[in-house]
Write a protein of this length. Structure first.
Length: 356
């Protein structure tokens, strides 16, 4: 059995440091007084106690710097690692050579915790991915057979309504499963390798046209100001970003409301803003809107599954961009997407250089 190595506890460490500080200060004060008076022949009027106080202050500064390096520095590293865990990164591990036993124990317990969280997250991701795959095949079969029945002479008008409802709901289930599978891939950092050059402004116009069935019945108007910008990336993934954000604006916009969309270059970034005239987002909901399966309408009367904005966040993060949300005055909400003008993933840069 391996013998456990003994290390200092925090209380013992600080006790030794404090005692050493007092002892060193006393010795330095006495030594300085002796050196000035008897070695250099300098006559001084300061008392010994005053000199000891001065050297105590100097020594305290040195000891504080030492404590900061040996004690507070590992704590700062732990704080940074905990922030990463809070943001969903469970692969963080910490190492230390600190002689203080408490710090070594804290690091060891932290690594045990993140390893367990990482394993749980992996099992959950694999389970969701496998179940989604199993659902996809029967749903596609139901959708296919239902389409064969659609509009045939053997079906009545009432039966056609049932068929339309089946197709609508199977389509929603297919979209849900597709979003879950894509989220699983993004969470596991499995990104599509196909990158093409395309116009972002044209893609935004395409997204508006694709969503016509949603905004036309509500008589929503669009104020579109798009600069001509080319971008290299995965076209289908970024189209999902615009479809989700514009679809979200349509969903919460009032009847005959206005949606404003802007696209422009800003230094080395591409900036896209999407404004609506909806009710905005409450302070309680704001921290959770990018969480998976979170819906601000807890009654689920609005269509959706709470994955749209989560997908937007994961996709934009994958391209080292950012997406922010803010309420407008007197009403409305603004989503701001910022993308690096150069897609580092498509440029094939090493992973270490892909951080903006």
């Amino acid at each position: 059995m391996k013998k456990k190595r003994r290390h200092l506890g925090l209380w013992l460490f600080f006790a030794i440091v404090s005692f050493a500080e007092l002892l060193i200060s006393l010795l330095l004060g006495l030594g300085a007084t002796y050196a000035l008076s008897y070695v250099f022949g300098i006559s001084i009027d300061l008392s010994v106690s005053t000199l000891i106080l001065i050297f105590t202050c100097l020594t305290a500064c040195i000891v504080t710097l030492f404590i900061n390096q040996r004690v507070l520095s590992p704590i700062r590293e732990l704080s940074k690692a905990m922030n990463k865990v809070a943001s969903g990164d469970f692969k963080v591990r910490l190492e230390t050579v600190s002689p203080i036993e408490d710090i070594r124990d804290i690091y060891e317990h932290f690594n045990t915790m993140t390893a367990a969280l990482d394993k749980t997250e992996m099992l959950q991701s694999d389970f969701v991915s496998n179940v989604s795959h199993e659902f996809k095949t029967p749903i596609n079969a139901i959708e296919g057979y239902t389409m064969l029945l659609q509009g045939t002479a053997q079906t009545t008008a009432e039966q056609n309504d049932y068929i339309d409802n089946i197709l609508l709901n199977t389509s929603r289930l297919s979209d849900l499963i597709g979003n879950i599978l894509l989220l699983s891939k993004l969470d596991n950092q499995i990104l599509p390798e196909s990158h093409t050059e395309f116009r972002l402004d044209e893609q935004l116009r395409q997204s508006i046209l694709m969503l016509e069935k949603q905004w036309e019945p509500k008589e929503i108007e669009f104020d579109v100001d798009l600069d001509e910008i080319s971008y290299t990336g995965n076209e289908s993934m970024l189209l999902q970003v615009w479809n989700n954000l514009i679809g979200n604006a349509i969903k919460f916009n009032p009847h005959a409301g206005l949606i404003s969309i802007s696209l422009q270059k800003e230094d080395d970034n591409i900036l896209c803003t999407i404004d609506d005239e909806g009710p905005g987002i409450s302070a309680e909901e704001m921290p959770h809107i990018f969480d998976k399966f979170y819906q601000s309408d807890s009654s689920h009367k609005q269509e959706g599954n709470g994955l749209g904005l989560a997908l937007v966040k994961r996709i934009i993060d994958a391209y080292h961009g950012s997406v922010l949300v803010e309420n407008l005055q007197p009403k409305g909400c603004r989503f701001t997407v910022r993308l690096p003008l150069e897609n580092r993933i498509a440029a094939g840069l090493p992973a270490a250089e892909q951080i903006t």
